[in-house]
Ligand binder design. Structure first.
Ligand code: NCD
Length: 306
């Protein structure tokens, strides 16, 4: 494995092996005994053309816990020509001999393009509305730790599916691992061909959440909406915001997830986001570090001279 650009096309045993390795990193992280020599002498560059809190910091932490030299580059995108900038950036980074490049970009396919131009291993940390593979891996690890398996679970992915790379990566991963996937949201926020990915489509929360084992909420991504696709945040919450009444349709004790950042009171009620038994949102963040350590570990074996 040289790059991690998408979940689509990954083989189930490969996904399972990454999750197993991540699981071992959860235990090492908790005991404070991370192998700091694993990436010693390696350089990891975080190249973020879009905002991020948890993804960037968790890649930074993951790299440092494994002993890599980590550099963060945050690039303002507003007035630059994306194509040119990307290729110029690729040439610059290549000249620096970096080993691993973590890329977030507003354009779908940008990390794949970079991967063709640099010698480093490239990790997609979210590209446009395409994929966010490490998010799907950390979500899968979180579910697996609570339910033991992903097989035959019913997972309802709810909200702004149209703009969500998190949803797309999760659909691919969950389907590959034998889960049943539903997508739930208003017609205006549902991609046209989503059924073709194998997910069942619902426009009503009660029906979509019925007997679900996992309820995964998505942020309403207003920054990606060229025009108003929802009447108002208040109305959106009434129909699609996860509150106790809507959650009651799911299986008792169903897991509540959100990739963050959350819009409390828009797609999720605060009491549900902080639900002491059912919300695993904070645990998702912890799993994010472990999953990224596993990915860096595996990719570092495929690049450089070690
Ligand atoms: C997501 C992203 O950026 O794709 N956040 C994340 O990485 N945890 C989801 C979002 O922005 O809503």
């Amino acid at each position: 494995m040289r790059h991690l650009l998408a979940i689509e096309g990954m083989h189930p045993p490969h996904i399972a092996a990454l999750l197993d390795l991540a699981e071992s990193y959860v235990l090492l992280n908790r005991s404070g005994q991370t192998p700091r020599d694993r990436l010693r002498g390696r350089t990891l560059i975080n190249l973020f053309f879009e905002d991020s809190t948890r993804t960037r910091t968790s890649f930074e932490l993951a790299g440092k816990r494994l002993g890599a030299d980590v550099i963060n580059m945050t690039v303002a995108t507003s007035s630059v020509n994306k194509g040119e900038t990307l290729l110029d950036t690729a040439a610059t980074l290549n000249a620096m001999n970096c080993d691993l490049l973590v890329v977030r970009h507003g354009a779908s396919g940008a990390p794949a393009l970079l991967a063709q131009k640099v010698d480093a291993g490239v990790i997609n940390a979210g590209d446009g509305t395409h994929e966010h593979p490490t998010q799907a891996l950390l979500d899968a690890l979180t579910i697996r730790r609570h339910r033991g398996t992903l097989e035959n679970l019913t997972v309802a992915i709810c909200g702004d599916v149209l703009h969500s790379r998190v949803a797309r990566s999760n659909i691919h991963l969950l389907m590959a691992m034998g889960a049943r996937v539903r997508v739930v949201g208003p017609k205006t926020l549902m991609p046209g061909a989503v059924e073709r990915l194998g997910a069942a489509v619902f426009h009503d929360m009660a029906a979509g959440l019925a007997d679900a084992d996992v309820v995964m909420m998505l942020r309403l991504q207003q920054e990606r909406m060229a025009r108003g696709l929802v009447p108002s945040a208040r109305e959106y919450f009434r129909f699609y915001g996860l509150d106790a009444a809507k959650l009651a349709a799911a299986r008792p004790g169903a897991l509540v997830m959100h990739p963050g950042p959350m819009n409390r009171g828009v797609e999720i009620d605060s009491a549900i986001a902080d639900h002491p038994q059912q919300s695993v949102i904070r645990e998702q963040v912890e799993m994010g570090v472990a999953v990224r350590m596993a990915v860096l570990d595996v990719l570092s074996r495929g690049v450089g001279n070690a």
